[in-house]
Design a protein around this ligand. Sequence first.
Ligand SMILES: Cc1cc2nc3c(=O)[nH]c(=O)nc-3n(C[C@H](O)[C@H](O)[C@H](O)COP(=O)(O)O)c2cc1C
Length: 215
Amino acid sequence: MDQGNLYDMRKDYGVRELREEDVNPNPYDQFEEWFKQAVKTEGSEANAFTLSTIGEDGMPEGRVVLLKFYGEDGFTFYTNYNSRKANDIESNPKAAMTFYWRTKEQQVRIKGIVSKVDPIISDEYYKERPLGSRIGAWASPQSQIIPNRSFLEEQYKEFEDKFNSSVEIPRPEYWGGYLIDPTRIEFWQGRSSRLHDRIVYEKDGDIWKTYRLAP
Ligand SMILES: Cc1cc2nc3c(=O)[nH]c(=O)nc-3n(C[C@H](O)[C@H](O)[C@H](O)COP(=O)(O)O)c2cc1C
């Protein structure tokens, strides 16, 4: 296999630094500060993160999903409650989130306890989604084996016809949000010569304690 110049593919970071005296004592405020900057520079998918879960077989698995809300309660994403990730969460309600913001040379790692969001909140968000996404939630048995692409397109057409005259498309009861209540949040800033900055917030009762890790 010709792997090109894989051995030489690397970048020396150094756009900015992360000092203890600069981080906000509240990790949510710190997240917001970085996230808002990332939205400006990364474009529309600064909210994309890798969600890692543990399966019933004890094996980890990651996939990208979109952050749809954050606040002092935690971080919310939306998905199909019958999906593989949802099955993982049902058997082990612990998950990790990893954001990588290339333009800022930043990584944020969050781990925490997962729960379903209130159905009323899922309803509110579902209503705001584009029509195609709302129908798509009905049409796709996410993570299930399907015979072919046409199956999906036929399902979509069926639900499109079904909801054609509806004033409001109801949210499928198997689709909604999950909230990750963090116990640990790490902010990573790329620095020169691999001497990166890593500041961790860890929950100790109601208090967030912070410390620095070696890169
Ligand atoms: C940029 C991007 C954003 C995505 N956002 C979501 C999302 O918000 N929710 C979701 O269920 N899947 C999303 N997906 C698809 C997931 O990565 C994954 O394929 C799907 O959720 C099925 O995963 P599972 O079988 O492990 O449950 C996204 C994929 C990409 C690449």
